[in-house]
Design a protein around this ligand. Structure first.
Ligand code: NAP
Ligand code: MG
Length: 490
Protein backbone atom coordinates (compact mmCIF):
# COMPACT_ATOMS: atom_id res chain seq x y z
CA UNK A 1 0.00 0.00 0.00
CA UNK A 2 1.21 3.52 -0.77
CA UNK A 3 2.32 5.68 2.11
CA UNK A 4 0.09 8.68 2.79
CA UNK A 5 1.27 12.10 3.88
CA UNK A 6 -0.63 15.20 4.97
CA UNK A 7 0.22 18.89 5.18
CA UNK A 8 1.95 20.04 8.35
CA UNK A 9 0.32 23.21 9.67
CA UNK A 10 0.47 24.62 13.20
CA UNK A 11 1.94 21.41 14.61
CA UNK A 12 -0.80 19.21 13.14
CA UNK A 13 -1.06 16.83 10.21
CA UNK A 14 -4.02 17.93 8.11
CA UNK A 15 -5.59 17.21 4.73
CA UNK A 16 -5.75 19.96 2.13
CA UNK A 17 -8.98 21.95 2.46
CA UNK A 18 -9.81 20.91 -1.11
CA UNK A 19 -9.20 17.25 -0.23
CA UNK A 20 -6.81 17.01 -3.19
CA UNK A 21 -3.74 14.79 -3.25
CA UNK A 22 -0.87 14.18 -5.65
CA UNK A 23 1.53 11.29 -6.21
CA UNK A 24 5.22 11.17 -5.46
CA UNK A 25 6.98 8.76 -7.79
CA UNK A 26 9.95 6.52 -7.03
CA UNK A 27 12.26 7.35 -9.96
CA UNK A 28 14.02 4.00 -9.73
CA UNK A 29 10.84 2.17 -10.68
CA UNK A 30 8.42 4.78 -12.04
CA UNK A 31 5.94 3.55 -9.43
CA UNK A 32 4.03 5.55 -6.84
CA UNK A 33 6.10 6.08 -3.71
CA UNK A 34 3.56 8.05 -1.67
CA UNK A 35 0.29 9.92 -1.92
CA UNK A 36 0.58 13.43 -0.55
CA UNK A 37 -1.97 16.12 0.34
CA UNK A 38 -1.82 18.93 -2.21
CA UNK A 39 -1.83 22.41 -0.71
CA UNK A 40 -3.88 25.13 -2.37
CA UNK A 41 -3.73 28.88 -1.74
CA UNK A 42 -6.15 28.54 1.20
CA UNK A 43 -3.89 25.98 2.92
CA UNK A 44 -0.87 28.21 2.36
CA UNK A 45 -2.83 31.03 3.97
CA UNK A 46 -3.53 28.89 7.06
CA UNK A 47 0.15 27.95 7.27
CA UNK A 48 1.21 31.61 7.04
CA UNK A 49 -1.31 32.56 9.77
CA UNK A 50 0.08 29.81 12.04
CA UNK A 51 3.63 30.96 11.39
CA UNK A 52 2.65 34.58 12.08
CA UNK A 53 0.99 33.65 15.35
CA UNK A 54 4.02 31.61 16.43
CA UNK A 55 6.32 34.49 15.51
CA UNK A 56 4.40 37.20 17.34
CA UNK A 57 3.50 35.35 20.54
CA UNK A 58 3.93 32.06 22.31
CA UNK A 59 6.88 30.01 23.38
CA UNK A 60 9.09 30.57 20.32
CA UNK A 61 8.92 34.36 20.41
CA UNK A 62 9.72 34.38 24.15
CA UNK A 63 12.45 31.76 24.12
CA UNK A 64 15.95 32.87 25.12
CA UNK A 65 18.39 32.55 22.17
CA UNK A 66 20.50 30.04 24.10
CA UNK A 67 17.46 27.83 24.69
CA UNK A 68 16.55 28.05 21.03
CA UNK A 69 20.07 26.93 20.11
CA UNK A 70 19.95 24.08 22.62
CA UNK A 71 16.65 22.87 21.19
CA UNK A 72 18.03 22.97 17.64
CA UNK A 73 21.03 21.02 18.86
CA UNK A 74 18.72 18.38 20.31
CA UNK A 75 17.02 18.14 16.92
CA UNK A 76 20.45 17.62 15.32
CA UNK A 77 21.11 14.73 17.70
CA UNK A 78 17.76 13.16 16.85
CA UNK A 79 18.56 13.58 13.15
CA UNK A 80 21.89 11.74 13.61
CA UNK A 81 19.97 8.87 15.20
CA UNK A 82 17.57 8.74 12.27
CA UNK A 83 20.06 9.64 9.55
CA UNK A 84 20.05 6.21 7.89
CA UNK A 85 16.26 6.16 7.77
CA UNK A 86 16.18 9.66 6.27
CA UNK A 87 18.88 8.72 3.75
CA UNK A 88 16.83 5.74 2.56
CA UNK A 89 13.69 7.86 2.26
CA UNK A 90 15.54 10.58 0.35
CA UNK A 91 17.11 8.05 -2.03
CA UNK A 92 13.72 6.47 -2.66
CA UNK A 93 12.09 9.84 -3.20
CA UNK A 94 14.59 11.34 -5.64
CA UNK A 95 16.97 8.60 -6.78
CA UNK A 96 20.22 9.80 -5.18
CA UNK A 97 22.56 6.83 -4.58
CA UNK A 98 22.35 5.68 -0.97
CA UNK A 99 26.09 6.19 -0.57
CA UNK A 100 25.64 9.86 -1.40
CA UNK A 101 22.62 10.43 0.86
CA UNK A 102 24.14 8.44 3.74
CA UNK A 103 27.71 9.63 3.59
CA UNK A 104 27.45 13.07 1.98
CA UNK A 105 23.99 14.66 2.08
CA UNK A 106 22.83 13.63 5.59
CA UNK A 107 26.05 14.43 7.48
CA UNK A 108 26.37 17.72 5.58
CA UNK A 109 22.81 18.77 6.32
CA UNK A 110 22.99 17.89 10.03
CA UNK A 111 26.29 19.75 10.26
CA UNK A 112 24.47 22.83 8.94
CA UNK A 113 21.90 22.56 11.73
CA UNK A 114 24.65 22.22 14.35
CA UNK A 115 26.48 25.21 12.92
CA UNK A 116 23.42 27.47 13.24
CA UNK A 117 22.33 25.98 16.58
CA UNK A 118 25.65 27.27 17.87
CA UNK A 119 25.03 30.72 16.38
CA UNK A 120 21.60 31.24 17.96
CA UNK A 121 23.06 33.10 20.96
CA UNK A 122 25.77 34.88 19.01
CA UNK A 123 23.53 37.22 17.03
CA UNK A 124 24.60 40.66 18.04
CA UNK A 125 24.26 44.31 17.16
CA UNK A 126 26.75 47.07 17.89
CA UNK A 127 27.18 50.14 20.03
CA UNK A 128 27.91 52.99 17.63
CA UNK A 129 30.27 55.90 18.10
CA UNK A 130 28.05 58.60 19.65
CA UNK A 131 28.58 61.97 21.32
CA UNK A 132 28.24 62.05 25.12
CA UNK A 133 24.66 63.33 25.03
CA UNK A 134 23.24 60.36 23.23
CA UNK A 135 23.49 56.60 22.74
CA UNK A 136 23.22 54.88 19.37
CA UNK A 137 23.10 51.12 19.02
CA UNK A 138 21.78 48.44 16.69
CA UNK A 139 19.55 45.44 17.36
CA UNK A 140 19.67 42.39 15.12
CA UNK A 141 16.11 41.14 14.95
CA UNK A 142 14.50 38.18 13.22
CA UNK A 143 12.75 39.17 9.99
CA UNK A 144 9.46 37.40 10.75
CA UNK A 145 7.73 34.75 8.68
CA UNK A 146 10.00 33.18 6.04
CA UNK A 147 8.70 31.44 2.93
CA UNK A 148 11.10 28.74 1.70
CA UNK A 149 10.68 27.21 -1.75
CA UNK A 150 13.03 24.34 -2.53
CA UNK A 151 13.91 22.06 -5.48
CA UNK A 152 14.11 18.28 -5.73
CA UNK A 153 17.81 17.62 -6.20
CA UNK A 154 18.86 17.72 -2.51
CA UNK A 155 15.53 18.20 -0.72
CA UNK A 156 16.76 17.85 2.87
CA UNK A 157 20.01 19.71 2.50
CA UNK A 158 18.59 22.66 0.58
CA UNK A 159 15.72 22.93 3.04
CA UNK A 160 18.14 22.89 5.97
CA UNK A 161 20.22 25.70 4.40
CA UNK A 162 17.15 27.90 4.97
CA UNK A 163 15.47 26.30 7.97
CA UNK A 164 18.52 26.26 10.27
CA UNK A 165 19.60 29.94 10.03
CA UNK A 166 15.97 31.09 9.92
CA UNK A 167 15.13 29.29 13.18
CA UNK A 168 18.43 30.14 14.87
CA UNK A 169 17.66 33.82 14.31
CA UNK A 170 14.14 33.40 15.77
CA UNK A 171 12.02 33.45 12.61
CA UNK A 172 9.20 31.08 11.77
CA UNK A 173 8.85 29.38 8.39
CA UNK A 174 6.54 27.92 5.75
CA UNK A 175 8.23 25.41 3.44
CA UNK A 176 7.07 24.45 -0.06
CA UNK A 177 8.91 21.29 -1.18
CA UNK A 178 9.28 20.39 -4.85
CA UNK A 179 6.35 18.36 -6.17
CA UNK A 180 8.70 15.45 -6.98
CA UNK A 181 10.17 15.17 -3.49
CA UNK A 182 7.91 16.13 -0.57
CA UNK A 183 8.37 12.95 1.50
CA UNK A 184 11.82 13.29 3.08
CA UNK A 185 11.09 16.89 4.13
CA UNK A 186 7.85 15.84 5.84
CA UNK A 187 9.70 13.04 7.66
CA UNK A 188 12.42 15.44 8.78
CA UNK A 189 9.98 18.04 10.04
CA UNK A 190 8.23 15.34 12.03
CA UNK A 191 11.50 14.89 13.94
CA UNK A 192 11.76 18.64 14.64
CA UNK A 193 8.25 18.49 16.05
CA UNK A 194 8.89 15.38 18.17
CA UNK A 195 11.90 17.02 19.78
CA UNK A 196 9.76 19.99 20.77
CA UNK A 197 9.94 22.84 18.25
CA UNK A 198 6.70 24.68 19.13
CA UNK A 199 3.58 24.50 16.95
CA UNK A 200 3.46 26.92 14.04
CA UNK A 201 7.22 27.53 13.95
CA UNK A 202 7.68 25.14 11.01
CA UNK A 203 4.90 24.50 8.50
CA UNK A 204 5.11 22.43 5.31
CA UNK A 205 2.77 22.83 2.34
CA UNK A 206 3.60 20.31 -0.40
CA UNK A 207 1.97 21.00 -3.74
CA UNK A 208 2.58 22.54 -7.12
CA UNK A 209 4.79 25.54 -7.78
CA UNK A 210 2.21 27.38 -9.84
CA UNK A 211 -0.35 27.06 -7.00
CA UNK A 212 1.24 26.63 -3.54
CA UNK A 213 4.56 28.19 -4.56
CA UNK A 214 2.88 31.17 -6.18
CA UNK A 215 0.53 31.61 -3.17
CA UNK A 216 3.53 31.68 -0.85
CA UNK A 217 5.70 34.05 -2.87
CA UNK A 218 2.85 36.51 -3.42
CA UNK A 219 1.45 36.30 0.14
CA UNK A 220 1.29 39.71 1.77
CA UNK A 221 2.10 38.36 5.23
CA UNK A 222 5.35 36.62 4.26
CA UNK A 223 8.35 38.77 5.21
CA UNK A 224 10.99 37.11 3.05
CA UNK A 225 11.26 34.44 0.39
CA UNK A 226 14.26 32.12 0.26
CA UNK A 227 14.30 30.23 -3.03
CA UNK A 228 16.44 27.57 -4.62
CA UNK A 229 15.53 26.43 -8.10
CA UNK A 230 15.76 27.35 -11.74
CA UNK A 231 16.55 30.79 -13.08
CA UNK A 232 13.20 31.05 -14.84
CA UNK A 233 11.23 30.27 -11.68
CA UNK A 234 13.45 32.75 -9.82
CA UNK A 235 12.27 35.47 -12.19
CA UNK A 236 8.60 34.58 -11.50
CA UNK A 237 9.22 34.59 -7.76
CA UNK A 238 10.76 38.05 -7.86
CA UNK A 239 7.68 39.31 -9.68
CA UNK A 240 5.27 37.77 -7.16
CA UNK A 241 7.35 38.96 -4.23
CA UNK A 242 7.21 42.50 -5.54
CA UNK A 243 3.52 42.68 -4.51
CA UNK A 244 4.45 43.50 -0.92
CA UNK A 245 8.11 44.27 -1.73
CA UNK A 246 9.35 41.33 0.29
CA UNK A 247 13.07 40.65 0.05
CA UNK A 248 14.09 37.51 -1.82
CA UNK A 249 17.23 35.44 -1.94
CA UNK A 250 17.69 33.34 -5.04
CA UNK A 251 19.97 30.35 -5.50
CA UNK A 252 19.51 29.52 -9.16
CA UNK A 253 21.01 27.54 -11.99
CA UNK A 254 24.51 27.39 -13.38
CA UNK A 255 26.73 26.35 -16.26
CA UNK A 256 29.88 26.10 -14.27
CA UNK A 257 33.31 25.97 -15.93
CA UNK A 258 35.83 23.41 -14.74
CA UNK A 259 39.28 24.22 -16.12
CA UNK A 260 42.16 21.74 -16.40
CA UNK A 261 45.62 23.19 -17.07
CA UNK A 262 48.49 21.14 -18.45
CA UNK A 263 50.43 21.51 -15.20
CA UNK A 264 47.69 19.83 -13.11
CA UNK A 265 47.95 16.47 -11.38
CA UNK A 266 46.23 14.60 -14.17
CA UNK A 267 44.79 11.76 -12.14
CA UNK A 268 43.28 14.10 -9.57
CA UNK A 269 41.89 16.31 -12.33
CA UNK A 270 40.28 13.31 -14.06
CA UNK A 271 38.71 11.99 -10.85
CA UNK A 272 37.61 15.40 -9.61
CA UNK A 273 36.10 16.43 -12.93
CA UNK A 274 34.20 13.17 -13.11
CA UNK A 275 32.80 13.64 -9.61
CA UNK A 276 32.10 17.29 -10.43
CA UNK A 277 29.73 16.38 -13.22
CA UNK A 278 28.30 12.93 -12.46
CA UNK A 279 27.76 13.31 -8.70
CA UNK A 280 23.98 13.13 -8.05
CA UNK A 281 23.37 12.17 -11.70
CA UNK A 282 24.44 15.64 -12.82
CA UNK A 283 21.52 17.18 -10.96
CA UNK A 284 23.65 19.69 -9.09
CA UNK A 285 23.32 23.42 -9.61
CA UNK A 286 27.09 23.90 -9.36
CA UNK A 287 28.16 20.86 -11.39
CA UNK A 288 31.09 21.37 -13.74
CA UNK A 289 29.13 21.03 -16.96
CA UNK A 290 31.62 22.90 -19.15
CA UNK A 291 34.95 21.13 -18.94
CA UNK A 292 37.78 23.23 -20.38
CA UNK A 293 40.89 21.20 -21.17
CA UNK A 294 44.19 22.77 -22.28
CA UNK A 295 45.12 21.82 -25.85
CA UNK A 296 48.55 20.47 -24.88
CA UNK A 297 47.07 17.66 -22.72
CA UNK A 298 43.75 17.25 -24.45
CA UNK A 299 44.15 13.73 -25.86
CA UNK A 300 45.92 12.34 -22.83
CA UNK A 301 43.31 13.76 -20.46
CA UNK A 302 40.37 12.62 -22.55
CA UNK A 303 41.64 9.04 -22.88
CA UNK A 304 41.75 8.59 -19.16
CA UNK A 305 38.57 10.63 -18.48
CA UNK A 306 36.38 8.72 -20.93
CA UNK A 307 37.78 5.39 -19.87
CA UNK A 308 36.83 6.01 -16.25
CA UNK A 309 33.40 7.33 -17.14
CA UNK A 310 32.57 4.17 -19.03
CA UNK A 311 33.00 2.20 -15.82
CA UNK A 312 30.57 4.27 -13.72
CA UNK A 313 28.05 1.94 -12.07
CA UNK A 314 24.52 3.11 -12.91
CA UNK A 315 21.72 1.33 -11.06
CA UNK A 316 19.40 0.93 -8.10
CA UNK A 317 19.98 3.89 -5.79
CA UNK A 318 19.56 1.69 -2.72
CA UNK A 319 22.48 -0.54 -3.77
CA UNK A 320 25.66 0.38 -1.86
CA UNK A 321 27.79 0.04 -5.00
CA UNK A 322 25.73 2.36 -7.18
CA UNK A 323 27.50 5.52 -8.30
CA UNK A 324 24.66 6.96 -10.38
CA UNK A 325 20.94 6.40 -9.75
CA UNK A 326 18.02 7.41 -11.96
CA UNK A 327 17.20 11.00 -12.95
CA UNK A 328 14.45 12.39 -10.77
CA UNK A 329 11.56 12.17 -13.26
CA UNK A 330 10.41 11.25 -16.73
CA UNK A 331 10.32 14.95 -17.53
CA UNK A 332 14.00 15.41 -16.60
CA UNK A 333 14.92 12.31 -18.60
CA UNK A 334 13.19 13.73 -21.67
CA UNK A 335 14.83 17.12 -21.19
CA UNK A 336 18.25 15.43 -21.21
CA UNK A 337 17.36 13.46 -24.35
CA UNK A 338 16.32 16.69 -26.09
CA UNK A 339 19.63 18.36 -25.25
CA UNK A 340 21.59 15.37 -26.52
CA UNK A 341 19.73 15.64 -29.84
CA UNK A 342 20.46 19.39 -30.02
CA UNK A 343 24.15 18.73 -29.29
CA UNK A 344 24.33 16.28 -32.21
CA UNK A 345 22.42 18.62 -34.52
CA UNK A 346 24.81 21.47 -33.80
CA UNK A 347 27.86 19.32 -34.59
CA UNK A 348 29.19 18.29 -31.20
CA UNK A 349 30.87 14.89 -31.10
CA UNK A 350 29.22 12.31 -28.85
CA UNK A 351 32.13 10.45 -27.27
CA UNK A 352 30.19 8.18 -24.94
CA UNK A 353 26.67 7.71 -23.55
CA UNK A 354 23.83 9.77 -24.95
CA UNK A 355 21.01 7.37 -24.30
CA UNK A 356 18.58 6.09 -21.73
CA UNK A 357 20.03 3.22 -19.71
CA UNK A 358 17.44 0.45 -19.78
CA UNK A 359 19.93 -2.12 -18.56
CA UNK A 360 19.89 -0.40 -15.17
CA UNK A 361 16.12 -0.85 -14.88
CA UNK A 362 12.75 0.59 -15.80
CA UNK A 363 13.35 3.80 -13.89
CA UNK A 364 14.61 7.06 -15.40
CA UNK A 365 18.20 5.92 -15.83
CA UNK A 366 20.55 7.70 -18.21
CA UNK A 367 24.06 6.86 -19.36
CA UNK A 368 26.94 9.15 -18.36
CA UNK A 369 27.46 11.28 -21.44
CA UNK A 370 30.45 13.16 -22.87
CA UNK A 371 30.41 15.53 -25.82
CA UNK A 372 33.64 16.89 -27.22
CA UNK A 373 34.41 19.26 -30.11
CA UNK A 374 32.01 21.56 -28.32
CA UNK A 375 32.27 25.30 -28.78
CA UNK A 376 31.21 27.72 -26.10
CA UNK A 377 28.50 29.00 -28.46
CA UNK A 378 26.59 25.70 -28.74
CA UNK A 379 23.34 25.29 -26.84
CA UNK A 380 24.77 22.42 -24.78
CA UNK A 381 27.48 24.81 -23.55
CA UNK A 382 25.07 27.63 -22.79
CA UNK A 383 21.94 26.12 -21.24
CA UNK A 384 21.60 24.15 -18.04
CA UNK A 385 20.86 20.49 -18.88
CA UNK A 386 20.69 19.30 -15.26
CA UNK A 387 21.70 15.76 -16.06
CA UNK A 388 24.81 13.61 -16.57
CA UNK A 389 26.01 15.38 -19.71
CA UNK A 390 29.36 17.13 -19.96
CA UNK A 391 30.54 19.43 -22.74
CA UNK A 392 34.29 19.42 -23.29
CA UNK A 393 35.89 22.51 -24.81
CA UNK A 394 39.55 23.08 -25.69
CA UNK A 395 41.50 26.14 -24.66
CA UNK A 396 44.93 27.57 -25.45
CA UNK A 397 46.15 29.50 -22.45
CA UNK A 398 45.06 31.17 -19.23
CA UNK A 399 43.58 34.19 -20.93
CA UNK A 400 41.60 32.06 -23.38
CA UNK A 401 40.31 29.87 -20.50
CA UNK A 402 39.18 32.83 -18.44
CA UNK A 403 37.44 34.55 -21.33
CA UNK A 404 35.52 31.40 -22.31
CA UNK A 405 34.73 30.44 -18.71
CA UNK A 406 33.20 33.84 -17.98
CA UNK A 407 31.27 33.95 -21.26
CA UNK A 408 27.95 32.77 -19.79
CA UNK A 409 24.86 34.28 -18.20
CA UNK A 410 25.54 32.20 -15.08
CA UNK A 411 28.02 32.69 -12.25
CA UNK A 412 27.54 30.05 -9.61
CA UNK A 413 30.81 28.14 -9.32
CA UNK A 414 34.02 27.18 -11.10
CA UNK A 415 36.89 24.71 -10.78
CA UNK A 416 40.57 25.15 -11.61
CA UNK A 417 43.14 22.36 -11.77
CA UNK A 418 46.77 23.49 -11.68
CA UNK A 419 49.94 22.94 -9.69
CA UNK A 420 50.97 26.57 -10.13
CA UNK A 421 49.87 28.34 -6.97
CA UNK A 422 50.01 31.78 -8.55
CA UNK A 423 47.88 30.70 -11.46
CA UNK A 424 45.36 29.13 -9.09
CA UNK A 425 44.89 32.40 -7.22
CA UNK A 426 44.90 34.49 -10.41
CA UNK A 427 42.12 32.35 -11.83
CA UNK A 428 40.18 32.47 -8.54
CA UNK A 429 40.16 36.27 -8.81
CA UNK A 430 39.29 36.34 -12.48
CA UNK A 431 36.38 33.92 -12.46
CA UNK A 432 33.01 35.66 -12.12
CA UNK A 433 31.39 33.13 -9.82
CA UNK A 434 30.30 32.82 -6.19
CA UNK A 435 32.59 29.85 -5.49
CA UNK A 436 35.92 28.75 -6.97
CA UNK A 437 37.36 25.31 -6.23
CA UNK A 438 41.11 24.92 -6.77
CA UNK A 439 42.22 21.32 -7.28
CA UNK A 440 38.90 19.98 -6.05
CA UNK A 441 35.22 20.24 -6.99
CA UNK A 442 31.70 20.35 -5.50
CA UNK A 443 32.80 20.50 -1.87
CA UNK A 444 30.73 22.53 0.59
CA UNK A 445 31.23 23.56 4.17
CA UNK A 446 28.65 24.85 6.65
CA UNK A 447 30.97 27.79 7.40
CA UNK A 448 31.56 28.72 3.76
CA UNK A 449 29.05 31.08 2.08
CA UNK A 450 27.48 29.69 -1.09
CA UNK A 451 25.58 31.53 -3.81
CA UNK A 452 25.75 32.99 -7.25
CA UNK A 453 26.61 35.99 -9.36
CA UNK A 454 24.87 37.14 -12.55
CA UNK A 455 21.78 35.03 -13.36
CA UNK A 456 22.75 32.36 -10.83
CA UNK A 457 21.06 34.53 -8.22
CA UNK A 458 21.96 36.62 -5.21
CA UNK A 459 22.24 36.25 -1.48
CA UNK A 460 24.62 33.86 0.29
CA UNK A 461 23.50 30.74 2.10
CA UNK A 462 25.63 28.97 4.72
CA UNK A 463 28.31 30.54 6.87
CA UNK A 464 27.94 33.62 9.02
CA UNK A 465 26.64 35.48 5.98
CA UNK A 466 23.37 33.55 5.89
CA UNK A 467 22.46 35.00 9.28
CA UNK A 468 22.32 38.41 7.58
CA UNK A 469 19.57 37.09 5.32
CA UNK A 470 17.42 36.09 8.28
CA UNK A 471 17.92 39.13 10.51
CA UNK A 472 17.22 42.80 10.04
CA UNK A 473 19.07 45.67 11.64
CA UNK A 474 17.27 48.17 13.81
CA UNK A 475 18.96 51.37 14.90
CA UNK A 476 18.04 52.78 18.32
CA UNK A 477 18.82 56.42 19.13
CA UNK A 478 18.52 57.40 22.79
CA UNK A 479 18.76 61.04 23.78
CA UNK A 480 20.71 61.47 27.02
CA UNK A 481 20.40 65.25 27.01
CA UNK A 482 18.16 66.72 29.71
CA UNK A 483 17.52 69.72 27.44
CA UNK A 484 15.31 67.66 25.11
CA UNK A 485 14.91 68.41 21.43
CA UNK A 486 14.86 72.13 20.84
CA UNK A 487 13.23 72.89 17.52
CA UNK A 488 14.39 76.35 16.47
CA UNK A 489 15.06 76.90 20.15
CA UNK A 490 11.29 76.87 20.95
P1 NAP B 1 12.18 24.72 -10.31
O1 NAP B 1 11.35 24.10 -11.33
O2 NAP B 1 12.53 26.15 -10.45
O3 NAP B 1 11.42 24.47 -8.94
C1 NAP B 1 11.93 24.88 -7.69
C2 NAP B 1 10.78 25.08 -6.73
O4 NAP B 1 10.00 26.19 -7.15
C3 NAP B 1 9.82 23.89 -6.68
O5 NAP B 1 9.36 23.74 -5.36
C4 NAP B 1 8.72 24.35 -7.61
O6 NAP B 1 7.50 23.69 -7.43
C5 NAP B 1 8.64 25.81 -7.26
N1 NAP B 1 7.94 26.63 -8.28
C6 NAP B 1 7.75 26.36 -9.59
N2 NAP B 1 7.05 27.36 -10.18
C7 NAP B 1 6.80 28.28 -9.22
C8 NAP B 1 6.13 29.53 -9.20
N3 NAP B 1 5.56 30.06 -10.28
N4 NAP B 1 6.05 30.21 -8.03
C9 NAP B 1 6.63 29.72 -6.91
N5 NAP B 1 7.27 28.53 -6.87
C10 NAP B 1 7.37 27.82 -8.01
O7 NAP B 1 13.54 23.96 -10.14
P2 NAP B 1 13.73 22.39 -10.05
O8 NAP B 1 13.53 21.84 -11.40
O9 NAP B 1 12.97 21.84 -8.92
O10 NAP B 1 15.27 22.31 -9.63
C11 NAP B 1 16.28 22.40 -10.54
C12 NAP B 1 16.84 23.81 -10.62
O11 NAP B 1 17.28 24.26 -9.34
C13 NAP B 1 18.06 23.90 -11.48
O12 NAP B 1 17.97 25.02 -12.32
C14 NAP B 1 19.20 24.08 -10.50
O13 NAP B 1 20.32 24.71 -11.02
C15 NAP B 1 18.58 24.83 -9.42
N6 NAP B 1 19.30 24.64 -8.18
C16 NAP B 1 20.05 25.66 -7.69
C17 NAP B 1 20.78 25.50 -6.52
C18 NAP B 1 21.60 26.61 -5.98
O14 NAP B 1 21.92 26.55 -4.80
N7 NAP B 1 21.93 27.61 -6.74
C19 NAP B 1 20.72 24.29 -5.85
C20 NAP B 1 19.95 23.26 -6.38
C21 NAP B 1 19.24 23.46 -7.53
P3 NAP B 1 7.19 22.40 -8.39
O15 NAP B 1 8.03 21.32 -7.85
O16 NAP B 1 5.75 22.13 -8.27
O17 NAP B 1 7.57 22.80 -9.78
MG1 MG C 1 9.58 11.53 -5.99
Amino acid sequence: MDKKYQLFINGKWVDALSGKTFKSINPATGEVNAVVAEAGAEDVDLAVKAARQAFESGPWANMAPGDRGRLLYKVAQALWEKADMLATIESTDNGLPINETKHIAMPAMIDVLEFYAGLANKVQGATLASPSDRLNYTLKEPIGVIGAIVPWNFPLMLTMWKLAPALAAGNTIVIKPAEQTPVSILEMVKIFHEVGIPDGVINVVPGYGSVAGEALSSHSDIDKIAFTGSTNTGRLIMQSASKNLKPVSLELGGKSPNIVFDDANLENAVNGSMFGIFFAQGQVCASGTRLFVQESIYDKFMDSFVNKIQSIRVGNPLDQLTQMGPQVSQQQLEQIQRYVAVGLEQGANLVTGGERNLKAGNGYYFTPTVFDNVTNEMTIAREEIFGPVISVIRFKDEEDALRKANDTIYGLAAGVWTNDIKRGHRMARGLKTGTVWVNTYSLLDSAAPFGGKKQSGFGRELGLEAMDMYTSTKHVWVDLNEQGLNWYGV
